[in-house]
Write a protein that binds this ligand. Structure first.
Ligand SMILES: C[S@@+](CC[C@H](N)C(=O)[O-])C[C@H]1O[C@@H](n2cnc3c(N)ncnc32)[C@H](O)[C@@H]1O
Length: 301
């Protein structure tokens, strides 16, 4: 496809629902609207396609449509189209480029302060794994798998799987917010009753992305040693067998850089078996693209 052969698959009237979420694909300079899934998102206004000039399509179409979506720029070259998409309000832009110009694209995106929205990936589109796919794929493997197990509906197990925090490795690049301390325990002074606690949390979103889960981890410090020593089980730290703990939400949030997630994290030993842990996460988010106020219970055996 060439630049002059620009394709825009505009939604039909019947697709023009109040709640839409789209993924837009730019293929070596062409723009193709890929998906039109019904989601809890805001209305997308459109101008009649017949009235658009090719200039409208190329430069202004993002503005007309008010993009709040994910854009995939395949063959992004210097990243120029990725930056157009970001400037026009795309939630997230992923530029893929197989040639070495990719290193310039990364610098250009950073020089224009768009690296919070635009991620440039080096590789062939046929071979790279998209970060978005990875997060969703993980949840599909661990949770949504129960919806159809060799064709059988076992979704009642899915409900149980959802309430069990998952201990697994989370890559640092999958984390989209800062972290927030919920509890500090001093092993010299801690009392049994201190281990049942409730703490507020407040997270700041660092890039436009989707949030599927909350993650917990711990840091250890041996403060009485001659030489201060310790380690971290954070996603950005070296692997430990504690890995991280993932608390999935039923649905995901669409978040933008600078938005905030508030909530309360509660943990207590289970009353019947005090080696099990009961958790409750209350969460509140009011973003430009999604809203939620919910409470989830989890049980760790
Ligand atoms: C015509 S240039 C367009 C560059 C940029 N999108 C622009 O509009 O300025 C096409 C780019 O696609 C890249 N490309 C071609 N096939 C690709 C593939 N399979 N995977 C990733 N990049 C590819 C090429 O290396 C080249 O940089």
């Amino acid at each position: 496809m060439s630049h002059s052969n620009l394709i825009w698959l505009a939604p039909r009237e019947s697709d023009h629902r109040p709640t839409t979420k789209q993924t837009i694909l730019i293929v070596a300079g062409d723009i193709i609207r890929m998906e039109n899934k019904c989601e809890k998102e805001k209305r997308v206004e459109r101008m009649p396609v017949d009235e658009m000039t090719s200039k409208d399509y190329y430069f202004d179409s993002y503005a007309h449509f008010g993009i709040h979506e994910t854009v995939l720029d395949v063959g992004c070259g210097t990243g120029i189209l990725s930056m157009f998409a970001a400037k026009a309000g795309a939630t997230r832009v992923i530029g893929i480029e197989m040639s070495n110009i990719v290193e310039h694209a990364k610098k250009i995106v950073a020089a224009n302060n768009l690296d919070k929205v635009v991620e440039i990936i080096h590789g062939k589109v046929e071979e790279v794994t998209l970060p978005v796919e990875k997060d969703r794929q993980y949840k599909d493997d661990k949770i949504n798998w129960w919806d159809s197990v060799y064709g059988f509906d076992m979704s009642c197990i899915r409900e149980v799987a959802m309430t069990e925090p998952l201990v697994d490795v989370v890559e640092a690049k999958q984390v989209v917010t800062n972290s927030c301390l919920v509890k500090e325990v001093d092993l010299y002074t801690v009392k049994k009753e201190d281990l049942a606690f409730s703490a507020p949390f407040h997270l700041q979103v660092r890039r436009n992305d989707y949030v599927h889960a909350l993650i917990t981890y711990f840091n250890i410090e041996f403060t009485k040693c001659h030489k201060r020593t310790g380690f971290s089980t954070a996603p950005e730290a070296r692997y430990t067998h504690w890995k991280q703990t993932v608390f999935y939400f039923d649905d995901y949030l669409t978040v933008k850089h600078g938005e905030e997630i508030f909530g309360t994290f509660t943990m207590k030993p289970n009353e019947r078996n005090n080696r099990d842990l009961d958790f409750q996460i209350e969460m509140e988010f009011h973003g430009e693209l999604s809203d939620c106020q919910e409470s989830h219970k989890y049980k760790m055996r």
